[in-house]
Design a protein around this ligand. Structure first.
Ligand code: AHG
Ligand code: MN
Ligand code: MN
Length: 331
C-alpha cells in the first residue's frame, strides 16, 4: 500500500487551505460525521450476533416502522455532535422535531439534516445501506422562529454527502469543490481517499425504479420507462434495470456508472416517497457537483423551498443527459 494515502481529515484541511480565513472547524464537523459512520458501520458488521436486527415496537414521523438500527444510528449522530459546539440542531428522519444538541444551542454555527440509516428494508438481509447528511449554516433565531427558518433551500447547503455500508464502507462528500470518495480501512479505523474528483458520465445505460409499482405509475413514467426499454442502437437502448431498494446504494452506482434513478409521484403519492431535506437535496448537491442533474420533473431539486422539514419530493437524478430526457417526458 502506498505511504501517500490521504485521510479524510487531511483532504478537508488541504481543501480549506485554499480558502484564507478558514477556521478548521468544518474539518472537525466532517470528522464528527465520519465518526458516526464508523460507529454505525461497526454495529452493522456484527448486527446478526448482537440482537440489533429487527424492528422496534414504534412508528416514526413518516408513519414507518422503526428498525432497532434506525434508532442506534440516530443516536450515533446525536452523540457525535455533542462535542465541540459546532452543531446547534439536528433534523432527522427519525425525529419529528429538530433536536437541540445539548450544550450547543445558540453556539453551534451549523445545523445538520440526516437520514441516519437509509434502506430499512435491506437491513435484515445484509444488503448495502447508508446514511445521508446535509450541512447548512444555522439561520438566526431560536425556538419556533428557528424551526421555520430551517426550511432551507438545497442550493444553500454548504456541504452534503453520504456513507455507504457495503462490501466496503465509504464516505462520499462535497463541500462545493467537487465530489470525493473515501474508503474506510477498518484495520486503521480511518477513511482514505480512494475516489478523487468523481464525475458522473454524461449518459449511462441503466435505469433504477421500483417496477413493482408500475400499475400505479402516471402515464409519463410509464412512457419514459417504455422508451428506455425500447431498442435503439444510437442512443444505447435498451437500458438495463438495476434496483437495490436502498437509495444510497442505487445513487452510488448511478454516480459512478451513470444512468438515471427515479422515484416518481403517482396518483396516491403526489410527492413520491423520498424526503427533500435529508435524501433528495444532499444527493442533488453531490450529483450537480459531479456534473449530473437532479429534478422533480419540472424544477431543479436544489431550487425547491421546503414547506415542512419532512416533506417528500418526486425525484429524477443521475447523468445530465438522462435527466434531460426523463424531464422531457414530464414537461
Ligand atoms: P428509509 O429506509 O430511510 O426509510 O428509506 C427507504 C427508501 C430508500 O432507501 C429507497 O430508495 C426507497 O425507500 C425504496 O422504496 P420502495 O420500497 O418503495 O421501492
Ligand atoms: Mn432513506
Ligand atoms: Mn432512514
Amino acid at each position: 500500500m502506498s505511504a501517500e494515502r490521504i485521510t479524510l481529515t487531511r483532504h478537508i484541511l488541504m481543501q480549506q487551505q485554499q480558502h484564507p480565513g478558514a477556521t478548521g472547524e468544518f474539518s472537525i464537523l466532517l470528522s464528527q460525521i465520519a465518526l458516526a459512520a464508523k460507529r454505525i458501520s461497526r454495529r452493522l458488521r456484527v448486527a446478526g450476533l448482537t440482537g440489533a436486527l429487527g424492528a422496534k415496537d414504534e412508528i416514526n414521523v413518516q408513519g414507518e416502522i422503526v428498525q432497532k438500527l434506525d434508532e442506534i444510528s440516530n443516536d450515533a449522530f446525536l452523540e457525535s455532535f455533542a462535542y465541540g459546539q459546532l452543531v446547534s440542531d439536528m433534523v432527522s428522519e427519525e425525529m419529528e422535531q429538530p433536536a437541540q444538541i445539548l450544550g450547543n444551542a445558540d453556539k453551534g454555527k451549523y445545523v445538520v439534516f440526516v437520514d441516519p440509516l437509509d434502506g430499512s428494508s435491506n437491513i435484515d438481509v445484509d444488503v448495502t445501506i447508508g446514511s445521508i447528511f446535509s450541512i447548512h449554516r444555522r439561520p438566526a433565531g431560536s425556538g419556533d422562529t428557528l424551526k421555520k427558518a430551517l426550511h432551507l433551500k438545497g442550493r444553500d447547503q454548504i456541504a452534503a454527502g453520504y456513507a455507504l455500508y457495503g462490501p466496503s464502507t465509504m464516505l462520499v462528500y462535497t463541500a462545493g469543490a467537487g465530489v470525493h470518495g473515501f474508503t474506510l480501512d477498518p484495520g486503521i479505523g480511518d477513511f482514505f481517499l480512494s475516489h478523487e474528483n468523481i464525475h458522473v458520465p454524461r449518459r449511462g445505460s441503466t435505469y433504477s425504479i421500483n417496477e413493482g409499482r408500475r400499475n400505479n405509475w402516471f402515464p409519463e413514467t410509464r412512457n419514459y420507462v417504455a422508451y428506455l426499454q425500447k431498442k435503439d442502437k444510437d442512443s444505447g437502448r435498451p437500458y438495463s434495470g438495476r434496483y437495490v431498494g436502498s437509495f444510497v446504494a442505487d445513487f452510488h452506482r448511478t454516480l459512478l456508472k451513470g444512468g438515471v434513478f427515479l422515484y416518481p409521484a403517482d396518483p396516491k403519492n403526489a410527492n413520491g416517497k423520498l424526503r427533500l431535506m435529508y435524501e433528495a437535496a444532499p444527493m442533488a448537491l453531490v450529483i450537480e457537483q459531479a456534473g449530473g442533474r437532479a429534478s422533480n420533473g419540472r424544477q431543479s431539486i436544489l431550487d425547491l423551498i421546503p414547506q415542512t422539514l419532512h416533506q417528500r419530493t418526486p425525484l429524477l437524478i443521475g447523468s445530465a443527459e438522462d435527466v434531460d430526457t426523463a424531464e422531457s417526458f414530464y414537461a
